[in-house]
Design a binder for this molecule. Sequence first.
Ligand code: BDR
Ligand code: CA
Length: 313
Amino acid sequence: MGTKLIIDTDPGIDDAFALALAALSTDVDLLGVTTVFGNVSLEATTRNARRILELCGRPDVPVAAGAARPLVHPQAERAAHVHGEDGLSGLSDTLPEPTRALEPSDAVSLLVSLLEAAEEPVTIAPIGPLTNIALLLAAHPHVKPKIARIVIMGGGLGTGNTTPAAEFNIYSDPEAARRVLVDEDVPCVLVPLEITHRCAVSTAWLGELAASGPLGATLEKLTASYQKLYHDELGLDGIVLHDAVAVAEAIKPGLLRTEAYPIEVDCGHGPARGATVADRRPGRRAGTTVEVAVDTDLDGLREFLLTRLAGTR
Ligand code: BDR
Ligand code: CA
């Protein structure tokens, strides 16, 4: 029954859209959702993930909470100024309370049990800091053959959004990101800032979503302060749905065009901490490579997101 998928997330407004995208897609078998600290605290991200699934009518999807902090060093900064103190623009409490209990097991245990039970390879879409995924691969390498791909929202090829060099998810736990992207041999797709920004959706697109029905209207409402931020900081008439772009690729492999590059993650404590460095020199692609998303049919991608979030597919 379609793509087997697990999302690891820190909602987050764009995470909410990404979760809804998977939850509403009839060709996705959403096996579970695991949560991680990131945009806001683990407690808040877990609450938000469960509420979004309830909003989407998916109490069948198990949710387990994972890491509350990075592997080695404290998180340098959260993103409440982007997503609101509660992670959802101050509107988390207006969402439906979850009817399904939080899993008693932790995120890594849920990942292991879902992967062990899977009869076909599973795609994992991490759209927050990579802490849970690094722990999974480090402590439970026997599940690696069960992983089809890890499709990650994170990094930048020449820019950052949290520091001049680093993107938020990677910067939040560079040691974990390095473990996943550099030290492991599981197929990874990295969806960096350059492509997510090019896939920005307009206020007209958001208007169409809002008009599609109560669910679309609720999702659109979550974006009011996010819209203002993108307008004030980037002069954008719309928003960047970073995580939804990655989950779109997880759902429909090949939606984004990728190129394979060796990647390094700067784990030093200088100005480049958390930077993802892709070796794009011609002829230097030996060793472990990561498929980096570089292009897509932009309007096609926006249409894909809209039809699925509007529930017309
Ligand atoms: C990433 O950072 C978070 O704030 C978003 O949810 C997204 O996962 C973008 O850099
Ligand atoms: Ca996120």
